[in-house]
Design a protein around this ligand. Structure first.
Ligand SMILES: Cc1cc2nc3c(=O)[nH]c(=O)nc-3n(C[C@H](O)[C@H](O)[C@H](O)COP(=O)(O)O)c2cc1C
Length: 222
């Protein structure tokens, strides 16, 4: 069993998986862990849809079509250009590392498009968990609760020897996903997490994303 510190340090976004499905009992255990996440007033607003097998194939096909047709239907605002200042700088550095780790040159537009399209094949993961939420006020608190859930889910995957990648990109096709899975319109899609057993190549190539020094994010007052 990994220590807490090792689990946190070992977790990283995995973008290549074995096709071997994760045994149901293990998925259940990860979901039990994630269910322990904290939430505002213990409201537990996460509504999780786990997609595997034939449904996963149907969803990948629907997402491929929707992305080719650029049929974007995000439930929540998303514009990378909105990240300004040091957040914009980090986003640009991330982009460089992201494509480098997939062996794609920055100026190779078609290569970047293909690499990005792997999101819709769930990076070959045999499962994807889709994190839906109800609409409550300006949604900020509820989205925070879903973030708590997502991180517990990801850490539990790592502790179980599995890997996952959170994907906002899936949320850009919320209507397609709801229609394919028969999910009501009043549940909004924040992001998805593709997950499974990491391939050897994934572990080799996964970019070790840097973090700013703690003091770049924290101010002490006493
Ligand atoms: C809410 C959220 C959405 C994300 N969306 C995507 C995505 O759509 N596609 C992708 O490849 N990575 C996505 N990521 C992964 C980030 O790029 C990654 O977490 C970040 O670069 C730090 O790297 P690490 O997870 O390996 O530590 C997302 C991460 C979060 C937390």
């Amino acid at each position: 069993m990994l220590s807490f510190k090792d689990t946190v340090r070992e977790r990283r976004s995995i973008r290549d998986f074995l096709s071997t499905p994760v045994p149901e009992a293990i998925i259940r255990d990860v979901l039990e862990d994630a269910q322990r996440s904290p939430s505002n007033c213990n409201t537990q607003p996460w509504n999780i849809h786990v997609v595997s097998g034939a449904k996963r194939l149907a969803l990948a096909e629907a997402l491929h079509e929707a992305s080719e047709a650029e049929r974007y239907t995000p439930d929540f605002f998303w514009d990378e250009a909105a990240f300004q200042g040091r957040y914009g700088e980090r986003r640009r550095e991330h982009g460089k590392l992201y494509y480098e780790s997939m062996g794609v040159q920055r100026e190779d537009k078609e290569g970047r498009r293909k690499a990005s399209a792997r999101n819709f094949l769930f990076f070959n993961a045999p499962h994807v968990a889709l994190l839906f939420m109800p609409v409550i006020g300006d949604n900020v608190r509820v989205a925070g609760d879903l973030g708590m859930y997502g991180q517990t889910f990801l850490l539990s995957l790592t502790a179980h020897g599995l890997g996952g990648v959170p994907q906002t990109v899936l949320g850009l096709f919320a209507d397609t996903i709801r229609e394919t899975l028969g999910i009501p319109d009043d549940l909004k899609l924040l992001f998805g997490i593709s997950f499974g057993f990491p391939s050897g190549a994934a572990v080799e190539s996964s970019a070790r994303m840097w973090r700013d020094d703690v003091l770049g994010s924290v101010t002490f007052h006493d």
